[in-house]
Design a protein around this ligand. Structure first.
Ligand code: NAD
Length: 350
């Protein structure tokens, strides 16, 4: 097992390794004061891992209840959020009790936001069961739900009490979902870590899960420690996301987030070459690795359509957009880009 310590506004540990689900109960009990735990999960994950999580919490002397909602991004909304808050109140959870997010990023984001709001904030534990949640969403304390006007528009910064990543849970992931999460792993390697990039080149989808997830979590931990509230450096984690969100939007969300991020990362690489920020070899290596993981690197949409979709982002401020562009493998830069230049830049990246 690998332990990564996170030092944000709250200190906590991320445990990564095989066979960890049975220690959820003892670790939750060791936090102290809690009597009741509400496990929040979705309709795919609960049948697979709900009983094991519940049994472990019970055996540690904790009372449990479970809130299970239909799997998928469509559930990460205000309705589920209020349903969950009401469920917590009906089950009389107090401020000293705990929530457990058992699932992927959707479960983690919804549970975290409910934890931040219920009785003005209670503790929660992240048990990520997708690659994306393991390497990205479970660490760093961003929580959110989607609004009708866009994704993640309501949320809070609320750090978990600990993160328990049982890599055995990844065995049941549909291959598409596994590959999707790998887009975030590749993103992390392009941002910070050439040796990790080379390891992914060598091993492809058979990478050492504990080692690679731990490497990604350490990078995320470092960024969060430097800029917990996303006022500067944390922006780097958006590599591939500005163009990716545009591709996702234009596909009417039929293209998965990971595939959209892969295309966005490839566009960022090619656009960076056109600006002279990186060489063609770097962009080619990024595309090659994404394709090795079965991820797409091109989009049929026009630069004009992508530009319009990118600037419709509700979280954009003013007339510039912060683009994250690779300089070389393991190093990227934040480039404030006037919206007026965006279409040409995207055209160069197609
Ligand atoms: P997800 O939670 O929808 O999971 C993907 C699918 O896999 C779902 O159908 C789920 O039921 C299923 N699944 C999960 N674990 C499984 C397992 N072990 N075995 C079988 N099936 C399993 O999606 P995701 O990709 O994990 O997360 C995407 C969400 O994360 C988005 O809402 C995104 O906005 C959010 N996100 C948040 C952050 C953050 O910092 N908070 C960062 C990145 C992404």
């Amino acid at each position: 097992m690998t332990i990564v310590e996170v030092n944000a506004s709250k200190q906590y540990e991320v445990h990564i390794g095989p066979g960890l689900l049975p220690v959820l109960g003892p670790k939750a009990a060791a936090l102290g004061k809690a009597q009741k735990v509400c496990i929040v999960s979705d309709s795919n994950v609960w049948p697979l891992y709900g009983a094991a999580a519940d049994a472990s919490l019970h055996a540690a002397g904790l009372e449990t209840c479970a809130f299970v909602f239909p799997a998928g991004e469509a559930s990460k909304n205000g309705e589920s959020f209020l349903e969950l808050l009401n469920f917590l109140a009906e089950n009389r959870l107090t401020r000293s009790d705990l929530l457990v997010a058992l699932g992927g990023g959707v479960v983690g984001d919804l549970t975290g936001f409910a934890a931040a709001c219920y009785q003005r904030g209670i503790r929660f534990i992240q048990v990520p069961t997708t690659v994306l949640a393991a390497v990205d969403s479970s660490v760093g304390g961003k929580t959110a739900i989607d609004l009708a006007s866009g994704k993640n528009l309501a949320g809070a910064f609320w750090q978990p009490s600990f993160v328990l990543c049982d890599i055995d849970c990844l065995d049941t992931l549909p291959e598409e979902v596994f590959r999707d999460g790998c887009a975030e792993v590749i993103k992390t390697a392009v941002l910070f870590d050439e040796p990790l990039f080379m390891e992914l080149v060598r091993d492809g989808l058979r990478f050492d899960r504990e080692k690679v997830i731990a490497a990604c979590v350490r990078h995320k931990r470092d960024i969060v420690a430097a800029d917990e509230f996303d006022r500067g450096q944390r922006n780097l984690l958006n590599l591939g996301h500005t163009f990716g969100h545009a591709v996702e939007l234009l596909s009417d969300f039929t293209l998965s987030h990971g595939r959209a991020v892969a295309i966005g990362t490839a566009i960022a690489g090619r656009a960076s070459v056109s600006l002279g920020l990186c060489d063609q070899g770097t962009a080619t290596r990024i595309m090659w690795l994404l394709e090795r993981f079965g991820l797409p690197v091109f989009t049929p949409h026009s630069a004009q359509a992508l530009c319009e979709a990118a600037i419709s982002d509700k979280k954009r401020s003013g007339d510039t957009i912060n683009l994250i562009l690779p300089k070389k493998i393991g190093e990227c830069t934040i480039r404030p880009t006037p919206v007026s230049e965006l279409e040409n830049l995207i055209q160069a990246g197609l």
